[in-house]
Design a protein. Structure first.
Length: 368
């Protein structure tokens, strides 16, 4: 029996390492075969898992080990998530909701801009439209610091290696999801990296040499407290004047007002029921109070306003403290003393029998 038939993989590895070291070439293998009177193909088959390239082997590292190392450097695998927002039973449609829902339902690319005062349900409406239609939604909260890396993606350090991670914009493009750019008027000019995407053309990722085409159904919806022209009255500090060419890429703009008193009362009743508060009269008085404050605000009598979101906060506080005065006072403490006092005095107009001082004393006695 010849030595060729008896030579094991380990004998071949040990013999080659003893003569030529761990990193060997085809010339080394041929010389080894000549010394041991063994066929070249026979030896190279035994070395197949050590091959690193054509005519080169590393006898210290197997190809399986190399694969394991490469996999450890790759971006972590992500289990596909269901990005469809949950249905909220307290939601009541109003304002441009029906039109926004039609745009989303069409699956046409039609960038949409929604503007309106703070806390009037702009974002909530988009979320619930997607929920009703079973559409995925990726929300990005924009700030002055938001840049291309935050939106498009970039390289991240993973296990000592640099790997590419898609940003939320690329994820939305690939999934055909709705991309919600929340508070877009807080953005700097770095947001201009979205120009080609707002034209429906996709984007070329120059860092990795890859072009991303939008999947059918992808669309962009932006919300803002202003129309992208800044805040002249100073109410929304931090908002910026957005590039005109950027704004021009939104073909439609919806102006969302606060809901009418009847709609707002229904919203509060729904939410009150969800937190086990059963006081329709209190809900109505809160809505009437907010309506008076808003009219006074629009007439220039006060500089602040009570939002629908603030009314929901009061209902939640009432559910926790079981005290109307405490709920209203704690939820208006964020305003300066003069504004807060004005709000409390306006509440007396919708509930003349209510005495904040008396209610506060009663709450103190109950706590004691």
């Amino acid at each position: 029996m010849t030595f060729e038939l008896k030579m094991t993989e380990q004998q071949a590895v040990d013999g080659l390492k003893g003569l030529y070291g761990s990193e060997i070439t085809a010339a080394d293998v041929r010389a080894f075969c000549a010394i041991n009177d063994i066929g070249y193909q026979t030896v190279t088959k035994k070395l197949s898992k050590y091959k690193v390239s054509k005519g080169k082997w590393n006898l210290e590292v197997t190809t399986k080990a190399v694969e394991n190392i490469e996999n450890s450097f790759a971006a972590p695998s992500v289990t596909p998530q269901n990005l469809v927002p949950e249905k909220d039973e307290t939601f009541v449609k109003f304002g441009p909701f029906t039109d926004v829902k039609k745009i989303i339902q069409s699956k046409l690319f039609y960038p949409t801009f929604i503007t309106g005062l703070s806390g009037n349900g702009k974002t909530f409406g988009v979320e619930q439209a997607c929920s009703q239609l079973g559409r995925e939604l990726i929300r990005v909260n924009i700030t002055i610091e938001t840049d291309e890396d935050d939106l498009i993606g970039g390289f991240r350090l993973v296990n000592g290696a640099t790997v590419w991670h898609d940003g939320p914009v690329i994820q939305a493009l690939n999934r055909g999801a709705i991309l919600l750019l929340d508070e877009i008027d807080l953005a700097s000019n770095k947001i201009l990296c979205l120009q080609s995407i707002l034209e429906g053309k996709g984007i070329f990722l120059k860092k990795i040499g890859k072009f991303i085409q939008p999947k059918k159904g992808f669309n962009i919806i932006a919300t803002a407290n202003t129309k992208g022209k800044g805040s002249d009255d100073g109410r929304f500090i931090g908002t910026n004047v957005l590039n005109e060419a950027f704004l021009e890429r939104f073909p439609v703009t919806f102006e969302q007002e606060y809901p009418s008193p009847s709609i707002e009362q229904k919203i509060l009743k729904n939410y009150a029921s969800a937190v086990n508060v059963h006081d329709d009269d209190f809900c109505k008085r809160l809505v009437d109070w907010a309506d008076i404050i808003r009219k006074t605000f629009y007439d220039g009598g006060i500089e602040e306003i009570i939002s629908t979101r603030r009314l929901v906060h009061i209902i939640r506080a009432y559910a926790i403290f079981n005290n109307k005065a405490k709920a209203i006072q704690t939820c208006t403490n964020r305003f300066d003393d003069e504004t807060k006092q004005s709000f409390l005095e306006l509440y007396d107009k919708v509930d003349a029998d209510f005495d904040f001082n008396k209610a506060e004393d009663q709450a103190y006695q109950e706590d004691a």
